[in-house]
Design a protein around this ligand. Structure first.
Ligand code: FAD
Length: 408
């Protein structure tokens, strides 16, 4: 059984496969090895040599995006029946881990895009899937998820954007912010209120497929500490009209559930990014500490540095195992919200701690823009914010934990 095959420069889908029950996807170990090897070759040859240049210029990596299309990354988790690679979450997570160990920003270009595809694939009508998933899988249309507003991030039910039915259309007004791929992308899963007075609030929320049409303007590109090159932007909707058939699933009131319905995979994504940064920071520290000498010996022979390396290696390993545990449960169709939350929380904190420790091991050079660790140090904090802040993450973990372990 083959879902895809190697071709010069990447992997393409070659055969329709319908043998897996819905939600359960596997590939054999050899196929996974080949795919990961292709990604590693691409990262070594095309990404690693250019990271500093892109990051310092904060320039969108158009050239790499074209190569990512060739590799099939924009369709990584989209079903083969729509031209995607149909990868299981565990393989996808390994890809994200590897790329993020070199440059986390570029994973955001296809991660956010695949969350849009997931919303359509999981909750869309047959016609919506037919219309959008092939274009998303090829990367011909790229986009993201537009949930956050200036006054509502964690409290998603507090959004103010409204959609009013007007004959065969909806008219949408309001502003979204921090939208990844907001400038370069051309289509978004847009969370709105179709009934702003509904109680509970989530019952008045709906999710639309919102391509760039008149009435949608892109506001300023947001300047960031790290996570450079990928565009984060405001999207302003002013009497923006979409056909009623753009409502995902064509049922009002399901938006909150649909927008958060991809959270398990979203959290596995962010956890995988955290693993990548944690491992990348460890790798840089390991190399540097064996070449930098003080007091007549490499600094890795000083016990204070060994303590740091020991902790960093353990954290990176634990983060990887937690993330793969969640991804494997997801691939088996099991409920994995608790595992995914734990993985996201632990791996993102591991990213931040390892980046900080690695920077300290680099001494003054860790503070230099000529060294990669400075970039990892700026990129790492984002993983603690995206897909639910780590403050909320711990609260959610605790609530679920208590619920599943009632006192007898
Ligand atoms: C680089 C970047 C890219 C992003 N990309 C996207 C995107 O593509 N699409 C999108 O929709 N959004 C995106 N976001 C937005 C992101 O999802 C939000 O920033 C995040 O949900 C947090 O919301 P907030 O910033 O409004 O913080 P707030 O919700 O205002 O929270 C502020 C602080 O209070 C804490 N807090 C809030 N409520 C509670 C509570 N009940 N208990 C305990 N602590 C609490 C939070 O943990 C946080 O520490 C992006 C953000 C960044 C920085």
């Amino acid at each position: 059984m083959t879902l895809w095959a190697a071709q010069p420069g990447g992997f393409r889908f070659v055969a329709e496969d319908v043998s897996f029950p819905t939600g359960i996807r596997r590939i054999d170990a050899e196929q996974e090895r080949e795919l990961l090897a292709a990604v590693e070759r691409w990262v070594d040859k095309e990404v690693a040599p250019r990271v500093l240049e892109y990051d310092h210029a904060d320039r969108y990596p158009h050239e790499l995006v074209e190569q990512m299309k060739e590799l099939g990354l924009f369709g990584a988790t989209i079903g083969p029946e729509y031209g995607g690679l149909g990868l299981p979450a565990s393989t996808y997570a390994r890809i994200v881990m590897h790329i993020s160990s070199v440059w986390m920003s570029i994973t955001g270009i296809f991660n956010s895009h695949l969350m849009l595809a997931l919303a359509i694939g999981k909750f869309g009508t047959a016609a919506q899937k037919r219309e959008w998933l092939p274009k998303l899988a090829s990367g011909a249309v790229r986009g993201g998820l537009a949930l956050t507003e200036p006054d509502a991030g964690t409290d998603l039910q507090g959004i103010r954007m409204t959609a009013r039915r007007d004959g065969a259309h909806y008219v949408i007004n309001g502003t979204k912010t921090w939208i990844s791929n907001g400038i370069e992308g051309s289509c978004f899963a847009l969370l709105v209120k179709t009934d702003p007075h509904a109680q509970p609030r989530h019952k008045g929320m709906s999710l639309f497929i919102a391509p760039k049409l008149p009435g949608l303007t892109v506001g300023k590109k947001l300047e960031k500490l790290g996570y450079k090159c990928i565009d984060s932007a405001e999207l302003i909707f002013n009497n923006y009209r979409v056909p009623a058939a753009s409502l995902i699933g064509e049922v009002e009131g399901q938006g909150f559930y649909q927008a958060t319905g991809g959270l398990e995979l979203g959290r596995i994504n962010v956890a995988a990014r955290g693993v990548g940064i944690a491992e990348g920071a460890l790798r840089l520290a390991t190399e540097y500490s064996q070449t930098r000498k003080t007091f007549g010996k490499p600094i890795c022979e000083h016990q204070a540095i060994q303590l740091k390396l020991g902790e960093m290696a353990t954290r990176a390993r634990a983060a990887r195992l937690l993330t793969l545990d969640a991804a494997n449960a997801f691939d088996c169709g099991e409920r994995c919200d608790l595992q995914a939350g734990m993985a996201k929380y632990f791996a993102s904190e591991a990213a931040l701690e390892n980046a900080t420790e690695s920077m300290r091991i680099h001494g003054a050079y860790g503070y230099s823009k000529e060294y990669h660790i400075e970039r990892l140090f700026r990129d790492a904090p984002l993983t603690c914010i995206g897909e639910g802040t780590n403050e909320m993450q711990r609260i959610i973990i605790a609530r679920q934990w208590i619920k599943r372990n009632p006192a007898v």
